[in-house]
Design a protein around this ligand. Structure first.
Ligand code: FUB
Length: 437
């Protein structure tokens, strides 16, 4: 079954808004980006360990432009994998890679048979002819691997490597069949010794091997990297890719991807579940390198990446920037946070900035807000700065409960522009979305 995510929620962070999602492994296969995330579900009696990660299956998502995402549905379920302990709810962070006409999906889970390796996680593989499956799981997990967070890398010489974590980060060569180790596992050397390290993701750029990983340097995870001259190291700690979550989400887990000559960081945050950080959501932000190969720190944004078409419902609550006072974000419906967010303007001069709106070649004639207000208020849409030309002005009367309010567009705008929504008057206005016709 193909499930198209609502376009209105796309292109912004989080990118997946029809379910919780975490630990994104992003890959380019053909002309599309595929994301293989974990799938968090809310805790419930009888489902896994209370107040912990609850994960029973995996979905795969794809996009041609990083703006519009398709959910291709469930690809692997815990109770359909022969070696996985039924109803163990431990389908943690996966990865997927292409080799010789097949797609290999690697995932950790709790095995039914603990005689060989004792308690803990094993890592298994499911194989498909297409990136969206159907994936056929192997009968048994990979021998001599105990741990979580598998990551696979194929070097320029064709040698494949498997990485995983178990307190430390381990690596080993894979056989050509991608299902067995070809060397004994080694602990990757010269990574920080203190504090949990997990979620390895290795890539090569300009002859340097970047081992990237979440690490608890203080109390919660931040994304770090170390570089080396070979896939199994030794590596030298080099820097931080993303600081710890400002709001305390305990985990972060990521992958890096070059798509159409731009690098991106895929990571997660508990946007849709602020009070419970084991229900997370996948985000994307752009990532840049200095000329010497150093990764510039990525500052998380709500706006995310990609263009937003002016004719879409532009979710301005996923702003690029916002004024210090008189503008705030909240959930539309706190009993169903998957409905998304709204902006609340409450003071004259308050504003928000939303970057990269594509008006195309034909100027719009009408601007439309889905808005609500108790006291009433006047909003302006300006172009390219807070004091830039006024594209449209809308009066929202008092006692308006979520209505679509429209007004004529004053300028013949085409191409890609940054929008500023400003509160011109006293009063109060809430906005769900904005769109142009
Ligand atoms: O998603 C479950 C676990 O949380 C992952 O395997 C870790 O990397 C952390 O994100």
């Amino acid at each position: 079954m193909l499930l198209l995510l609502t376009k209105s929620a796309s292109a912004q962070n989080p990118i997946i808004t029809n379910q919780y999602s975490a630990d994104p492994s992003a890959r380019v296969f053909g002309d599309k980006v595929y994301v293989y995330p974990s799938h968090d579900i809310p805790p419930a009696p009888g489902k896994g360990r209370p107040n912990w990660f609850v994960m029973e299956d995996y979905h795969v998502f794809s996009s041609l432009n990083l703006s519009d995402w398709t959910d291709h549905g469930m690809i692997v379920h815990q109770n359909k994998v022969p070696w996985v302990k039924p109803d163990s709810y431990n389908m943690w962070a996966p990865d997927c890679i292409y080799r010789n006409g097949k797609y290999y999906f690697y995932f950790p889970a709790t095995p039914s048979d603990t005689t060989a390796g004792g308690r803990g996680f094993s890592i298994g593989v499911a194989i498909a002819d297409k990136p969206t499956g159907p994936f056929v799981p192997q009968e048994t997990p990979i021998k001599n691997v105990r741990g979580i967070d598998p990551n696979v890398f194929i070097d320029k010489d064709g040698q494949a490597y498997l990485y995983w974590s178990q307190g430390n980060i381990y690596g080993a060569k894979l056989k050509e069949n991608m299902l067995e180790l070809a060397s004994s596992p080694v602990i990757l050397q010269q990574l920080p010794e203190k504090g949990l390290k997990e979620g390895p993701f290795l890539f090569e750029r300009n002859g340097l091997y970047y081992m990237t990983y979440p690490h608890v340097e203080k109390k919660i995870e931040r994304l770090e990297y170390a570089v080396g001259n070979s896939p199994l190291g030794p590596f030298k700690f080099t820097g931080v890719i993303m600081d710890e979550s400002a709001t305390g989400c305990w985990t972060n887990h990521h992958s890096l991807l070059n798509f159409k000559n731009q690098w991106y960081l895929f990571y997660h945050h508990n946007d849709l579940s602020p009070a419970f950080d084991k229900n997370r959501s996948v985000r994307i932000d752009s990532l840049f390198f200095n000329p010497d190969g150093i990764i510039k720190k990525v500052i998380p944004t709500l706006r995310g990446v990609g263009l937003t078409k002016a004719s879409q419902k532009i979710q301005v609550d996923r702003y690029s920037n916002i004024s210090d006072r008189g503008a705030s974000v909240g959930f539309l419906d706190t009993t169903d946070r998957f409905k998304g967010w709204k902006i609340h303007f409450s003071a004259p001069g308050a504003w928000l900035q939303y970057n990269s709106v594509d008006f195309g070649a034909k100027p719009p004639v009408k601007a439309v807000f889905r808005a609500a207000s108790t006291k009433g208020g006047t909003l302006q849409i300006r172009i390219n700065s807070v004091s830039g030309p006024v594209l449209a002005e809308l009066n929202i009367p008092g006692n308006t409960s979520w209505e679509t309010v429209g007004s004529e567009v004053k300028l013949p705008e085409t191409g890609v522009k940054h929008l500023f929504v400003t509160m011109k008057s006293e009063g109060d206005v809430e906005i769900d979305w904005l769109s142009f016709q």
